[in-house]
Design a protein around this ligand. Structure first.
Ligand code: GDP
Ligand code: MG
Length: 332
């Protein structure tokens, strides 16, 4: 019985057992996190949630490990979530993350968890959001979410986290990728890692150049150079994180962000559930039409018709949702 299982997990969780936390996350990962989130959500909201994104190999896990060390040295408990959005079956990246984070596995005040984000209701916002809620409710002061910067994951992480770090490495064309992907607008802090590389200064100039094209309302992203493997620059990075946290609190932006994050999780659940329910009907309706009997708009209207009573169309509302963009391109 799932209910029994949730009760057992909750009992372990209440007793402060990391096994309770681990099992709660497993429940979320298998798409059964709802009851536990319901039970624990009210206790969340205290942790500082940091998203760490960037291309594979840039040094995110090494940076995460170095940040854990600093957070622990200042007496904070930490949760780390390594998300591999590529596939639930590619354990390669996760293995690398485990090696990089190795030194913290024996610290009882550090909880490290790898998870896949595909195949769950709500994607990253679903299971990862639940995992962050659990770590927060468990009492972790700082939650670090590492996600590979591919596809939409860096935009997604910016919707969930309080502070978003975008890590880049010199000599890789990262800054061009950044412009293309539109993640320039979601970074709170840029990290130029592998600053020992000869092209590091060049990359810093490029980022500054791109920032000059943007108008920022409020917080202007910090740019920190690090050598994560040697621990160089990580103190400065931690200081920038704390500065951003202080800014969020005194400007009132923290509340706004948390509301946006909440809305994002709800949206992901609603659209995920809609997709799940519509898919079988979609195929059925298409075969009933004999394939070409209808046009896509009429077919879509027919599928959406049952929603009309429950959710009357709100005309004049935004057609698309706002992205978590903290800056706009000058002159646009
Ligand atoms: N030269 C150099 N290598 C680094 C630095 N930081 C991390 N690395 C190496 O880059 C590789 C990828 O690091 P990892 O943290 O797994 O990257 P991730 O895929 O972004 O999580 C590893 O071999 C690290 O040792 C650095 O500052 N300088
Ligand atoms: Mg990694």
């Amino acid at each position: 019985m799932p209910e029994d299982r949730d009760a057992q997990i909750l009992a372990l969780f209440e007793a402060g057992s990391p096994r309770g936390l681990a099992r709660a996350i497993t429940r979320a990962e298998s798409g059964h996190g709802a009851e536990l989130v319901r039970a624990l959500y009210a206790r969340s909201g205290k942790a500082l949630t940091i998203g760490l994104t960037g291309p594979p190999g840039v040094g995110k896990s090494t940076l995460a490990s170095a940040l854990v060390k600093i957070a622990r040295a200042s007496g904070k408990t930490v949760g780390v979530i390594s998300v591999d959005p590529s596939s639930p079956f590619s354990h390669g990246a996760i293995l690398g993350d485990r090696i990089r984070l190795n030194e913290h596995f024996t610290d009882p005040d550090v909880f490290i968890r790898s998870m896949a984000s595909r195949g769950h209701l709500g994607g990253l916002a679903g299971a990862t959001g639940d995992a962050a809620t659990f770590m927060d409710a468990f009492g972790k002061d700082v939650i670090l979410i590492e996600t590979v910067g591919v596809g939409q994951s860096e935009i997604e992480i910016a919707e969930l986290a309080d502070t978003t770090l975008v890590a880049l490495q010199p000599g890789s064309g990262d800054s061009v990728q950044l412009l293309k992907a539109g993640i320039l607008e979601v970074a709170d802090i840029f990290v130029v890692n592998k600053a020992d590389h000869p092209m590091a200064l060049q990359l810093r100039r490029e980022i500054r150049g791109m920032m000059e094209m943007l108008d920022f309302s409020g917080w202007v992203p910090e740019l920190v150079a690090t050598q994560a493997r040697e621990g160089i620059g990580v103190d400065e990075l931690w200081t920038a994180i704390l500065k951003h946290d202080a800014y969020l609190r005194q400007s009132g932006d923290l509340e706004t962000r948390r509301r946006t994050a909440f809305a994002h999780r709800v949206r992901a659940l609603v659209t995920g559930e809609m997709e799940r329910r519509i898919e079988p009907r979609l195929l059925a309706s298409l075969s009933a039409d004999g394939g070409g009997a209808s046009d896509p708009y009429s077919a879509a209207e027919r599928l959406l018709a049952p929603l009309d009573g429950a959710l009357p169309a709100l005309h004049g509302g935004p057609a698309t949702r706002a992205l978590p963009i903290r800056a706009s391109v000058k002159g646009l």
